[in-house]
Ligand binder design. Structure first.
Ligand code: SAH
Ligand code: SF4
Ligand code: F3S
Length: 487
């Protein structure tokens, strides 16, 4: 946590502050009182647990929720059997939703044993009216429901939960507000996600994200730089800049700035060693960005460039705004200018109307680009999106059969691609102790590959030189080399 505001100095008997950040700190102090009361009642520190179901943006949001819960006196628990549980949900594909309902049943069991337990649901799924209605009807034991646009209000909503003896629901349709400087409890002390923008304006025809995350809003570059500087002062060496389409960052600011320009500014931050970002939409990826990446000493050699489909016909219906040829030309240019880069992607199989020919086009792109890895998804119908209303939904068995073929191709290529680094020495950020092999550590290469190596836990958070001894397909076995430490 890096916003060390002294909560005790806040007078909760005084007026509620008008400025949003101050207002939320005011409610945090109020909640601190309620948590102290609970502690007296339980005879121990109350605990909390947050569970993230979605993407890196959701994970970052969960760190903000944890920051508030820690700030008001809860202690982090190892499992869901805690006094306060938050599920930060995802709705990008149907199976993400189903997992939440399944797990809620388990939580209900815990709550029966612990009547002081509170359960909160937030995130993208809660932006869907039918979901909230279903929870109101069938999951009455939930205490708090809020959405993606008012997550900054968490402290205020918590105060309401403590004061009211009923389900508190607060969902906003959209917002243009960006509230800065609230507390954050990071999962890793040495690396952090940093939101650079929120929402999405692209409306790819299969995707629900624009409906649940609202319109695109960029943060001011000064706020982003200030946040990263504070993170670095707090021990962070690697940042991951987050946005649904980082390549369109800054276009709508009062003083427009490009993503490439933002990267140049971030590069100048002393002490910061690695910069990553997610996600790049191919339609907005500029030559300037490729150049900045090629010249940079800090931007990692990894680009995630979602393809979705290799068929220009389908790409048009998906509203992706690029063709197969344009994508291939872009990938070629990137590989030419940054030869050791790792290119990864997302692919959807079974989009409505997908023919065998369309699918073969996708396989063709996979073979030509030779992705270092790819996330493959079976198309999932999302209510309210244009694709959900399209005729010609593809039968499940056809989707599975194509999916298996795609996966096989993707995996074979990524193994071959990974082999090309075997025997080389690479800088590796040591992230954690390996959970299965005692005495081993897990580290991450600039190109996002994972390596396991023998070493002391004191190396966690450091960037060290590692020889990649053996490639195991999706990861390497490596060893520390001489003169290892960079810091
Ligand atoms: N903003 C990012 C993607 C966010 S969602 C981008 O545009 O690249 C992450 C991935 O989920 C997408 O890239 C897509 O491949 C997949 N996805 C989104 N909606 C989906 C759906 N309805 N069915 C299956 N996969 C989907
Ligand atoms: Fe969804 Fe497309 Fe926006 Fe990505 S760019 S979040 S796939 S609508
Ligand atoms: Fe899921 Fe929301 Fe992310 S729908 S993928 S958590 S933006």
């Amino acid at each position: 946590m890096y916003n060390k505001i002294d909560l005790e100095k806040i007078d909760t008997n005084g007026e509620v502050p008008v400025l949003e950040t101050d207002r939320q700190y005011y409610f945090m102090e109020k909640c601190r009182g309620y948590v102290r009361e609970l502690e007296r009642k339980l005879g121990r520190r109350p605990t909390f647990f947050t569970q993230t179901f979605g993407c890196q943006m959701n994970a970052r949001d969960s760190e903000k929720l944890s920051g508030i819960l820690k700030g008001i006196g809860y202690e982090e628990a190892e499992s869901e059997e805690a006094d306060f549980v938050v599920y930060n949900t995802c709705t990008v594909r149907e199976n993400a939703n189903l997992r939440v309902y399944g797990r809620l049943g388990v939580l209900h069991g815990y709550k029966k044993k612990n009547p002081d337990m509170k359960i909160a649901l937030c995130g993208c799924m809660m932006q869907e009216t039918e979901v909230v209605q279903k929870i109101q009807k069938s999951y009455r034991f939930v205490d708090l429901i809020f959405g993606t646009h008012n997550i900054f209000k968490f402290a205020e909503l918590l105060a309401m939960v403590f004061e009211a003896d009923r389900m508190v629901i607060d969902i906003w349709k959209d917002t243009n507000q960006i509230v800065e400087d609230l507390p954050v409890a990071r999962k890793y002390p040495f690396k952090s996600g940093v939101n650079i923008m929120f929402g999405c304006n692209n409306f790819c025809s299969y995707c629900i994200v624009p409906y649940v995350r609202g319109r695109e809003r960029s943060r001011e570059p000064e706020d982003i730089i200030r946040e990263i500087e504070k993170l670095v002062a707090d021990g962070v060496v690697e940042v991951m800049l987050l946005g649904q389409n980082v390549n369109s960052y800054g276009k709508n600011l009062k003083m427009p700035i490009s993503f490439a320009e933002l990267l140049r500014e971030i590069e100048k931050i002393d002490g910061l060693q690695r910069i990553r970002f997610m996600t790049s939409h191919p339609k907005d990826l500029s030559m300037e960005l490729i150049q900045v990446m090629a010249e940079s000493k800090k931007i990692c050699k990894h680009l995630h460039l979602p393809l979705q489909s290799g068929s220009s016909r389908l790409l048009k219906i998906m509203n992706r705004k690029y063709t197969k040829e344009q994508y291939l030309a872009l990938a070629e240019e990137i590989r030419k200018q940054i030869p050791d880069i790792s290119l990864t992607t997302d692919i959807i199989v079974g989009f409505p109307g997908e023919t065998e020919e369309d699918f073969l086009e996708t396989l063709d792109v996979v073979r030509r680009v030779r992705y270092d890895s790819a996330f493959t998804f079976q198309y999932s119908k999302r209510t309210g999106t244009p694709a959900a209303a399209m005729e010609e939904q593809i039968p499940a068995e056809v989707v599975t059969e194509r999916f298996d073929r795609l996966l096989e191709t993707v995996q074979k290529i990524s193994c071959e691609m990974a082999e090309r680094f075997t025997g080389t020495k690479q800088m590796v950020l040591i992230e954690e102790e390996n959970k299965r092999m005692q005495g081993y550590l897990d580290g991450r290469l600039s190109n996002n590959h994972v390596v396991h190596l023998k070493g002391e836990a004191s190396l966690i958070g450091k960037i060290v030189k590692v020889r990649l001894d053996e490639c195991k397909g999706f990861y390497y076995m490596g060893s520390l080399t001489e003169g290892k430490k960079t810091r």
